[in-house]
Design a protein around this ligand. Structure first.
Ligand code: GDP
Ligand code: GDP
Length: 444
């Protein structure tokens, strides 16, 4: 049986939005009206290598105030009863409500773990403004998130799954799987004016426009698609990259939110930088979001036609980029001009190379050999005088390749040793162009 995680909180705080984000399904009805009839929702979810069942305790709520309050309470008590972990969601925009206080009181009585989330916190700097009143609840730790944009949700999920029991690692055949020939979803991100629209037009310009009508998608969801050498590439035009000026989307102002939005479901992010202006802090911040998202990434140093190469050549630019964005060392970098088309024909080839590694599945025998060899050559330092033993390793997920090592003291493996193992996996498999994740679990 998978552990059950329940989302609780008064109506309209964003439970179903968070539910959808975590389960990636769009079926749940998201509505501005509190008190919409809604069935309780269950779905399978997974984060890192842990699986769980997520419950959205939406339910029916009457508009009658007293009845309403008792209903919320009853729902919460039922959730406390049935779930293994509770996630209590509050609304950072609306502020602390008396209902929140009542529910928090009820939650204090359970011995089950409770996570406290303040949702709808998406201001760029995510200041503490106005959130002070939540601290009067006497809760140790709050997670400030935006369910709608995914901000902070990953950090919360990582802490959540750390509490969940291990799921058995699925047995794999020793045959590497067939290459994934499906469409590759790309995103074009970058601060305003770096050339995103120009590049989208160059890559997808004359091509077919696909309208995606997935139920429940609230935002602009036009997708552009192009076929090249038998492979389909899809660009989600969330923020109206191509139809500039017509966009009334309130997100338009914030290129970071825009970047986060367009990276949802994406396999490879194209991070555009305007070379004529040099590499700026905001470029690095945006690149940081791509890294956090865990997708493949390619740096495109655009407007190369404007650069005086006698002053600063390609090598110098790329070297500077590597220093500033060490966290994306695996991302290829190409100088291009979206305007003249210089080297733009290489972009799809490069995307395909990155994608191949991003989906790569390594057979268990090979993973074990690589880890065994690495440990044999350079043993981890002792943990309180005892050896850290490696029992077994395996790849548990793709997109990106994710590995798990079973050891006797998972928390004792030093960060630098983890980096060493990741580098060994990268070089030997090879997985030099994609993010790679590695987790340690206790052998039970
Ligand atoms: P529930 O009743 O708790 O399930 O809440 P819903 O998920 O239906 O969300 C209620 C409203 O809040 C909807 O209009 C959502 O679009 C909105 N909402 C949810 N999450 C966020 C968020 O992170 N930021 C903002 N600004 N609005 C959100
Ligand atoms: P976006 O805001 O990121 O979508 O940027 P746009 O595609 O609208 O480009 C902003 C400006 O830069 C426009 O005037 C483009 O014509 C110009 N531009 C885009 N790419 C290039 C390029 O490679 N070289 C030059 N010289 N100008 C470019």
């Amino acid at each position: 049986m998978k552990p059950v995680v329940a989302l609780v909180g008064r109506p309209n705080v964003g439970k179903s939005t968070l539910f959808n984000r975590i389960t990636k399904s769009r079926q749940a009805l998201v509505d501005d009206m509190p008190g919409v009839t809604r069935d309780r929702q269950y779905a399978d979810a997974q984060w890192e290598d842990k699986a769980f069942t997520l419950v959205d305790t939406g339910g029916f709520l009457s508009a009658d105030d007293d009845y309403f309050a008792s209903q919320i309470k009853e729902q919460l008590l039922r959730a406390v009863d049935q779930a293994d972990v509770l996630v209590f969601i509050m609304d950072g925009r609306a502020g602390l409500s008396p209902y929140d206080r009542d529910l928090a009181d009820l939650l204090r009585r359970t011995e089950k773990p409770v996570f406290y989330l303040i949702n709808k916190v998406e201001s760029l700097h995510r200041q503490e403004d106005g959130l002070g009143e939540f601290y009067t609840l006497g809760v140790d730790r709050f997670y400030k998130v935006s369910a709608e944009h995914g901000l902070g949700v990953g950090d919360f999920l990582s802490d959540l799954v750390a509490l969940l029991p291990d799921v058995p690692v699925p047995l794999e055949s020793d045959e590497p799987e067939e290459d994934d020939n499906g469409p590759i979803r790309i995103a074009i991100i970058g601060r305003p004016n770096v050339g995103k629209s120009s590049l989208a037009n160059r890559l997808f310009g004359e091509k077919r426009v696909v309208v995606n009508d997935k139920a429940g998608t609230t935002r602009d969801a036009i997708e552009l698609s192009v076929n090249r050498k038998g492979r389909e590439f899809i660009l989600k035009d969330t923020a109206g990259i191509r139809r500039k000026g017509k966009v009334s989307d309130k997100l338009e102002k914030f290129s970071i939110l825009k970047a986060l939005d367009s990276m949802e479901d994406c396999d490879v992010a194209l991070i555009l930088i305007d070379c004529s202006e040099g590499i700026t802090d905001q470029d690095i911040t945006i690149a940081g979001y791509a890294e956090k998202r865990g997708c493949g990434a390619i740096f495109l140093l655009n407007k190369w036609d404007l650069v005086d190469k006698s002053e600063k050549g390609q090598q110098a630019f790329i070297k500077e980029l590597r220093q500033e964005a060490r966290f994306l060392a695996f991302a290829p970098a190409i100088t291009i001009s979206a305007k003249t088309g210089q080297r733009c024909h290489r972009i799809f080839d490069e995307v395909e190379k990155v994608y191949k590694q991003y989906c790569h599945r390594t057979n268990t025998g090979m993973v074990n050999r690589i880890i065994e060899d690495a440990v044999y050559r350079d043993e981890p330092s002792l943990h309180k005088g005892r050896r850290i033993k490696f029992f077994y390793a395996s790849q548990v997920a793709v997109k990106p390749p994710t590995f798990v090592c079973f050891v006797n003291y998972p928390d004792a493996v030093h960060f630098s040793y983890k980096r060493y193992l990741v580098n060994q996996l990268r070089q030997m498999i090879p997985l030099t162009l994609t993010p790679v994740k590695l987790y340690f679990r206790e052998k039970t």
